[in-house]
Design a protein around this ligand. Sequence first.
Ligand code: ADP
Ligand code: MG
Length: 230
Amino acid sequence: MAEVEVTDLSKGYPTPAAPLEVLKGVDLSLSRGESLAVVGPSGSGKSTLLSILGALDEPTSGAVRIDGVDPFTLDERALARFRAEKIGFVFQEHYLLPQCSVLENVLVPLLADGQATGADADRARELLGRVGLGERLTHRPAELSGGERQRAAVARALIRGPLLVLADEPTGNLDASTADAIADLLLELQREANTILVAVTHSAEFAARMGRQTRLVEGRLVESSAAATP
Ligand code: ADP
Ligand code: MG
């Protein structure tokens, strides 16, 4: 079975009138080593889909299995642990803690298990070197460029070696060449670690470089055929 299995997923938000049906029967299967682009107009439900894949938000109906587990059957503590271990998030905004150094920010996801150890710090330094921030360990986020902040956010997402990396418009705030560099980095690291990368993007170039391309259309996820994407 694929590591990520989504079956007939629907999501509606309550409104004073009828519920707003955002996702209406999404099916998706992803195995280790795959990368998937999700495109679609603003308001089509891309972020909603990612937050359900990341077990941050519950679907109205349908099934989600990640590594064989339905995260929505877990209690709050187990769900938090599951999310921390299996899923890495990169958003359009970096959400780095402004008062913490780059190195400390990357260690934050490990604090869920208690204190970060010296070995954790070594791994964080190594990963920061890998994303090109080896010389920026003690910088605060405000002392970094936009691209560097997003590199730090990528390192933070990967520090626990997640199975699934979810990126919601990760290059949306960056200039074109910086965006390309972040896209390169996400794809390289996805291949190196043999993870699953799901990225929402408005960039046709970034989408085309992912292994699979999908579009959210009227609440459904429509996959482009390989032949349609050069
Ligand atoms: P996208 O990321 O594709 O721009 P979203 O998933 O953020 O779209 O939102 C899809 C639709 O759902 C939008 O119309 C949005 O207004 C609505 N929506 C998103 N989150 C909520 C919420 N928490 N409550 C009510 N409506 C929401
Ligand atoms: Mg969005």
